[in-house]
Structures are given as structure tokens and as C-alpha cells.
Design a protein around this ligand. Structure first.
Ligand code: AMP
Ligand code: MG
Length: 360
């Protein structure tokens, strides 16, 4: 009998050469399936989260990664810190903005600006122009006078500057006094830049660029203070939910935006940084017309758009402008806006309604 056939002799299975081949193939197939499955399991993205501080605020990251050992979360944080240290900070001597402010402290200065800062300045100035100066990145003297960087928790007693001090600081401000041409910025004597209203949003677009280079990152939600980036998708295919804080109780929320893919969401609110005096709240968003905390009848403005700097710039500008003009400004930039007014009433652009889920 051909020994390559499996034979049953007296009920006992006897293996022939071919039987061995079958068994070998089955084992091999099993192994392939097992390792294939393993591969499948390890390729399924896992969620990694971290919370830290950068740009004087809290940074929270939730990343969906296919490699558990991915360095992406650290790299995101490092990128934000580098932006602050190299470009944005008006406090750190290493930054471009600090050096510009130093150069212009006592006399007019013509300074060279990096490609990155130039792009941000241009984008911010475009919003300044369309908002009649409601957003003004030259308010450095005024924000310093109000001690805005110190007012963080609302625990401090506000020190109210005199009208004379406010007018003096205001005389040094004004975005229209800046002149940007090629890679040179002309800054009048005494003018001080403060990019606090756009920096966190600008960081979001940088982070999105970084994540795109990371093949192992399939999705992410990253918040830098009041600005949030959604990126990619969640492994379960569910949409991202970005909460909008309740201005009455910032720990709570009034609802959320339901989003898929890449978006930037920025909120400016009077509950974020403030100090009180005589029962009155002095918050960190200043009206460049009065030199005082904006009193436009709103508690918070949330902007939804694709570009980070724009979302941040518009949230501040719309807060200063108030409900009607704010919503109109957002629409001019094809952005969606949600406004909470002083009475707690919500107002939103038509397009925002598709994303918004209010709390019952
Ligand atoms: P945001 O929280 O994005 O609205 O930005 C507020 C920060 O921007 C403040 O902490 C100030 O440093 C600065 N700022 C305040 N008011 C204005 C304004 N009207 N235009 C530009 N920057 C401002
Ligand atoms: Mg802003």
C-alpha cells in the first residue's frame, strides 16, 4: 500500500508521510492565524492620556496609538513648550516676542521676524481689521497694567488701575501702528506685543502637523487651555465630544459639540482668569476701546473652525464684540460660533446647530 496514505489498521490511526504533511500544514496555518491575530490585536489603537502644563495653562492629551511605546504624547508637549520658549512668550527671554518687545521698549524698532511668527501676525491682523480692533495683539502694556498673567484662579483681589494709567497704556497700543513687510516688522516706541489671545490656538495647528507625521497616531483630542484639537478618528468609530463649560460653574458643562475628523475649538470666557474687587469681576479679556475688561453682555464664546489660530483669535474678538456683532464676525470667516450671554441664554450661528448637543 502506498505509504503516503493514512491507514486505519484495527481502529488505530496510523500516520503516513502525507498525514505528517497535513498536520505540519495545519500547525503552520494555526501559527499564521495566531500571529496574524496577535498582529491584529497589537494594531488596534489603544488610548494613552496625559495631563501636564505648558503656555501657562493645562494641557490634556488623549491619543489613539497603535504602538504603546509611541513618544507622540511627549513630543506634543515638547512642541507646545518650544513654541512658547522660541516664539510666543512675552515673559521668557528666549522668545521672539520677548526680543521684539525689548527692542521696541524705548524707541522705534525694525525687527526681523521668523516665517512662523510672520504668518501668525498676518492672520491675527486680518481678524483685527475685520473686527474693528476688537482683537488687538498689541495690548501688552495694558494687559501688564491689569496684571492679567497673575490673575488665574479668581482668588486674588483685583488691583484696579486709574483712568490715567489706562489711558497712558492705551496710548502705546494699536495694531494699526504695526507695519509688516517681507520679513521685517516695524514697531513704534513703547508698543508691546501680547499674543495670549491667539497662541494656544496657533499651537493646535502645529500639533496637527506633528501628528500627521506620526503613522502610529490614528486619532487624538488635545486641549491647550481653552483651545481643543480633534484629530483623526476613534477606534470604535464614534465621534468626538468636546464639552462647552458652564460659565456659572466651569467644572460643569452646558453641552457638547459632536465632531468627526479634524477641528479646532476655542472658548473665551470671563470665568477663565479673573480677580474681584468690590463685588465686581475683572476678567482677562480687555476691550481695546475702553482699556477695561470687555462688558459686551456675554459670559463665553466658543468658536469651531478648521484653523487653530483663527478659532482662538475669533473667540477673543467675538467676546469683545458681544452677541450680534460676534456672530456676524464668525460668519464672515466661515466659522461657527456659540455665545452664552449674561442671562445664560445661548445664541449660535446656523451651522453650529448641526454640532451642538445641549444639556437637558
Ligand atoms: P483668550 O483667552 O483667547 O480670549 O485670550 C485672552 C488673552 O489675550 C488675555 O489673557 C490677554 O493676554 C490677551 N488679551 C486680552 N484682551 C485682548 C484683546 N482684546 N485682544 C487681544 N488680546 C487680548
Ligand atoms: Mg482667543
Amino acid at each position: 500500500m502506498n505509504s503516503f496514505f493514512k491507514k486505519k489498521v484495527s481502529g488505530i490511526e496510523k500516520k503516513t508521510g502525507k498525514g505528517r504533511i497535513f498536520k505540519g500544514a495545519a500547525v503552520l496555518l494555526g501559527a499564521v492565524c495566531f500571529f496574524g491575530l496577535l498582529q491584529e490585536v497589537t494594531c488596534q489603537p489603544v488610548k494613552v492620556s496625559r495631563t501636564d502644563t505648558a503656555m501657562g495653562t493645562v494641557v490634556t492629551e488623549s491619543l489613539y496609538v497603535t504602538e504603546k511605546e509611541s513618544t507622540a504624547p511627549e513630543e506634543v508637549l515638547e512642541r507646545i513648550r518650544a513654541l512658547e520658549e522660541d516664539t510666543l512668550s512675552y515673559r521668557l527671554e528666549t522668545s521672539e516676542v520677548y526680543r521684539i518687545n525689548q527692542a521696541a521698549e524705548h524707541s522705534e524698532a525694525l525687527v526681523q521676524v521668523s516665517e512662523k511668527l510672520k504668518g501668525w501676525l498676518e492672520a491675527a491682523l486680518a481678524v483685527s481689521e475685520k473686527s474693528s480692533g476688537a482683537l488687538d495683539i498689541t495690548l501688552g502694556s495694558l494687559t501688564k497694567l491689569w496684571g492679567i498673567d497673575k490673575a488665574a484662579s479668581g482668588m486674588e483681589e483685583a488691583v484696579i488701575p486709574s483712568e490715567a494709567q489706562i489711558l497712558e497704556a492705551l496710548s502705546l497700543c494699536g495694531y494699526e501702528k504695526l507695519s509688516l513687510s517681507e520679513d521685517r516688522l516695524l514697531v513704534p516706541a513703547g508698543l508691546q506685543l501680547d499674543l495670549g489671545a491667539v497662541g494656544k490656538g496657533a499651537a493646535l495647528s502645529e500639533i496637527a502637523g506633528l501628528l500627521k507625521e506620526k503613522e502610529e497616531v490614528s486619532g487624538a483630542v488635545i486641549s491647550v487651555g481653552g483651545s481643543v484639537l480633534t484629530y483623526g478618528s476613534k477606534p470604535d468609530g464614534e465621534s468626538f465630544r468636546v464639552a462647552v463649560a458652564n460659565p456659572e460653574d466651569a467644572g460643569g458643562r452646558i453641552g457638547y459639540l459632536e465632531l468627526t475628523g479634524q477641528w479646532c475649538i476655542s472658548t473665551s470666557g470671563d470665568y477663565e482668569r479673573f480677580a474681584e474687587a468690590g463685588g465686581k469681576r475683572y476678567h482677562h479679556i480687555l476691550d481695546p476701546d475702553t482699556g477695561r475688561p470687555a462688558d459686551s453682555g456675554v459670559r463665553s464664546v466658543t468658536i469651531l473652525t478648521k484653523d487653530g489660530l483663527l478659532s482662538d483669535a475669533l473667540s477673543t474678538a467675538c467676546f469683545v464684540l458681544g452677541t450680534k456683532q460676534g456672530l456676524a464676525l464668525a460668519e464672515e470667516f466661515d466659522a461657527e460660533a456659540l455665545v452664552v450671554d449674561n442671562a445664560g441664554k445661548l445664541h449660535m450661528t446656523e451651522g453650529m446647530e448641526a454640532f451642538w448637543h445641549g444639556e437637558e
